[in-house]
Design a protein around this ligand. Structure first.
Ligand code: C5P
Length: 407
């Protein structure tokens, strides 16, 4: 293998000192390191210590005339095989996701034609914030790679996700990428490999006539996030979705449906599955008769809309002969959330119910359609109230819970 070189961007976080160990570990494996330190990064490590370990010039300033004459900021990333951001702070990831370029690090991230590996490190609340999750999604779409973060103690005294991957793990990841591993998620563990996860999401749409329908405010965000989280952990995912305005997730088997009856048929068709997660807000009723011509106003006055009950997809699958080993229902409630969730767990024969309060005012009144969720996870063994999180963070935590149960 010819000599490999990475461009290390050191962000401003308490984990920056670990970048020094990373440089040493890389050197031991014959990988050279050029480094850029952000202004905030310089509060944690000095160019002298970084340069001392890498044996190379360290870059800090975008508008340095001497640096530009020696090696322009465009050239800096071009002459490396991989760009690695350690620690990847929330700020650096936000800049890279949005294409900001107001210092050497962000300009390089925008100008590079190389893959970028991020090792995120931040406080758990910052990690779980919807803004960070959105930025991660954008970076992933732009083919960025991620290593970590992991769960653990943090410098701020809290415990949770956001702790940077250890330098040894980052070194292994770098070596794999340099050896040609291009699968974006291949660096993360795949505990759900070989499992089929069936998920419903979004609303259903029940026709009244060719122009009108019955439906609800479900956006599909929570179900789609769960589909992505399970897929990332290696599961084969089938996502049966009602009409939503979200792009289909990559590497997920999508089945688009309109009505509850179509959704049930699509789910039954997708069986067998190891896990069924019923996130969809299925319309409980449909018009008894879907007219094939538009109903006139006066016609409706004479004959009010008659409704009939839709099939309960969750109940049907949870009690069918092909019952998935793990069945998870969702319960959107406006009152007595826990009590109703416990009753639903038994009534629908589920293993878990993820209950949330969708009353106006709960989570700022924006659960349905919004980016955040506050849930109680109810099983026969008890109830676990999770803090307010982004829907993406709820999805990741639920996917991890599924791993704990199954594996
Ligand atoms: O009874 P309720 O509608 O509150 O139950 C919610 C749970 O049941 C959700 O998991 C939802 O996806 C599922 N459900 C279903 N089919 C229906 C109604 C609800 O699968 N017709």
């Amino acid at each position: 293998m010819s000599e490999k070189r990475i461009l290390l961007i050191i962000g401003g976080g308490i984990a920056a000192f670990k970048a020094l160990l990373l440089i040493r570990l890389l050197a031991k494996r014959g990988i050279k390191t050029s480094a850029i330190i952000t202004k905030a990064g310089e509060e944690f490590v000095t160019p002298l210590s970084v340069g001392g370990l890498s044996g190379e010039k360290v870059y800090t300033d975008l508008f340095s005339l001497s640096d530009e004459q020696e090696m322009g900021h465009i050239e800096l990333s071009r002459s490396s095989d991989l760009v690695v951001v350690v620690p990847a702070t929330a700020d650096l990831m936000a800049k890279a996701a949005r294409g900001l370029a107001n210092d050497l690090a962000s300009t390089t991230l925008l100008a590079t034609d190389k893959r970028v590996l991020y090792a995120p490190a931040m406080n758990v609340r910052m990690w779980e914030h919807p803004a960070t999750k959105r930025n991660m999604d954008i970076l992933r779409e732009n083919h960025a790679l991620f290593v970590g973060p992991v769960e653990g103690d943090m410098a701020c005294g809290e415990f949770g996700f956001g702790r940077m991957a250890e330098p040894e793990v980052i070194t292994d990841a770098i070596e794999k990428i340099l050896a040609g591993e291009t699968n974006i998620d291949a660096l993360q563990p795949k505990p759900l490999k070989g499992k089929h996860v069936l998920i419903t999401a979004g609303p259903t749409r029940e026709p009244i006539d060719p122009v009108r329908y019955l439906s609800n405010h479900s956006s599909g965000k929570q179900g789609y996030a769960i589909a992505k989280a399970c897929q990332r952990l290696g599961a084969k995912v089938t996502l049966v979705s009602g009409p939503v305005a979200i792009a289909p997730p990559q590497n997920v088997n999508m089945v688009q449906v309109e009505t509850a009856r179509d959704m049930l048929a699509a789910c039954e068709n997708a069986l067998p599955a190891d896990v069924f997660i019923s996130v969809a807000a299925v319309a409980d009723w449909r018009a008894r008769e879907a007219h094939d011509r538009k109903i006139k106003k006066d016609q409706q006055k004479l004959q009010p809309l008659a409704l009939t009950e839709n099939p309960d997809i969750l109940h049907t699958l949870a009690n069918g002969k092909n019952r998935p080993g793990l069945v998870i229902g969702f319960a959107a409630e406006t009152d007595h959330v826990l009590k109703h969730a416990q009753a639903k767990l038994i009534k629908k024969n589920c293993d878990l119910i993820v209950a949330n309060d969708v009353s106006i005012g709960a989570v700022g009144g924006d659960v349905m359609g919004g980016d955040n969720n506050k849930v109680i996870v109810v099983s026969k063994g008890g109830a676990d109230a999770w803090p307010l999180m982004s829907k993406i963070a709820v999805a990741e935590k639920l996917a991890k819970k599924i791993v704990e149960i199954l594996v």
